[in-house]
Design a protein. Sequence first.
Length: 91
Amino acid sequence: YKSKLLIFPKKSGQKGVKNGDTPKSELQNVAQNTLKEIIPIQRPALRIKARAITAEEKELSAYKKMRKARTDKKYDGAKRKKAAESAEKKD
């Protein structure tokens, strides 16, 4: 993107030219972009085709799995601290 970018100075004259602007010699015969998009972005297809739900998926509860992961994350530090303390007591 930046290799194709040509920056025109904001003002005419020597004072209007800033560092990083494209020189006048390169701006003489530049074609103006009239497309709606400057550079089109290719986006992946997000649609997933419908399929039958498997028995394994029916047994699994997404809510319970997410809830368990959330509580595990919340109490992870306390569990590690408790394990470290119990390891110290054994030694």
